[in-house]
Write a protein that binds this ligand. Structure first.
Ligand SMILES: CC(C)(COP(=O)(O)OP(=O)(O)OC[C@H]1O[C@@H](n2cnc3c(N)ncnc32)[C@H](O)[C@@H]1OP(=O)(O)O)[C@@H](O)C(=O)NCCC(=O)NCCS
Length: 277
């Protein structure tokens, strides 16, 4: 039980062991970051909560074009209910404000009452429900054919902003992903309407392997998009797909045999915490 003094500091390489210990409590089903990923991706924007000098929780966030993303926040079970989670979240909000963000967002399991209550208390609201699925590639052949002759093409750099707008994706997200080695940003193209940029898009990370974001305008076109991605896949039998705010699409894939890995809700809102002094 903690009743001591709470302090926050920037994360360091040596906090990796703490993160490996606490990460499973996020229940994502993913492994904790390895040391290299912790150093390169997490450390620059992670904060550590200390109780009487002992590390007892961490928060990892991201900033993208004026929006802050809380990626992970975990407090050691022995120190929960004592204000560490709130301190970490409010601190992250202040850091995001200082970096020019006026909004923030995150994903959380809807049944995670403590986390949802914490986020609501700082002004975040549930925007839509999402589901992370695992699909065997074999399932893709069973998906219905589109009623139009769609093809899958690389999304051109000058199309990304319009595609993002069509699917309500965060500005800059596709550009950022397109710059990552072995992430392929692909879109659906209708040869009879080549300028239509609202048919479907996926950022396919072949190292995962999985797609995020993954969007189709019409659920029935999902097979066309997945079949077009399969040629990029390396030697894996399954692909992960995150379906955001599109219940008909999630149902179609689940009915076809996709396994539900995780259900979560997307929360977002204005940052209303006090700025850092
Ligand atoms: C969510 C979590 C980070 C909260 O950390 P914490 O240090 O226990 O939270 P705090 O003590 O700062 O409480 C902050 C607020 O959270 C909410 N909260 C915390 N525990 C709660 C509980 N058991 N039931 C309901 N609400 C709770 C309350 O709104 C609370 O505000 P209040 O004290 O003014 O009532 C912690 O429970 C945790 O690590 N959970 C496992 C990992 C996880 O699920 N992370 C979130 C993933 S999106």
């Amino acid at each position: 039980m903690s009743s001591g003094t709470i302090r926050l500091r920037d994360a360091a390489l040596g906090d990796h062991a703490l993160v490996v210990r606490l990460f499973p409590d996020l229940l994502t089903g993913d492994p904790p970051p390895d040391l290299e990923r912790w150093r390169d991706r997490f450390v620059p924007t992670s904060r550590i909560a200390l109780v009487d000098g002992e590390a007892a929780g961490y928060l990892y966030y991201d900033v993208l074009d004026g929006v802050g993303y809380i990626r992970n926040v975990v407090v050691d079970p022995a120190h929960r209910g004592r204000g560490l989670g709130r301190a970490l979240v409010e601190d992250a909000g202040a850091l995001m404000l200082a970096r020019g963000c006026d909004r923030w967002q995150l994903n959380v399991r809807p049944e995670n009452d403590p986390a949802v209550a914490l986020y609501r208390s700082v002004g975040l609201e549930i925007a839509f429900a999402s589901v992370a699925l695992r699909l065997p590639w074999a399932l893709v052949d069973r998906l219905p054919a589109s009623t139009r002759p769609l093809e899958v093409v690389a999304a051109a750099a000058d199309e990304l902003a319009a595609i993002a707008a069509a699917f309500d994706l965060p500005e800059g997200q596709l550009e950022q992903l397109a710059a990552v080695p072995r992430v392929f940003v692909r879109r659906l193209r209708d040869p009879e309407d080549p300028g239509a940029l609202d048919l479907g898009v996926a950022a396919f990370d072949v190292t995962f392997p999985g797609c995020f974001p993954f969007r189709v305008g019409r659920a029935e076109d999902v097979g066309a998009l997945l079949r077009g991605l399969r040629s990029l896949a390396e030697e894996t039998d399954v692909i992960g797909v995150v379906v955001e705010g599109h219940d008909a699409l999630a149902e179609l894939l689940i009915d076809a045999g996709a396994e539900v890995k995780l259900r979560f809700v997307h929360m977002r809102g204005p940052i209303r915490v006090a700025s850092a002094s």
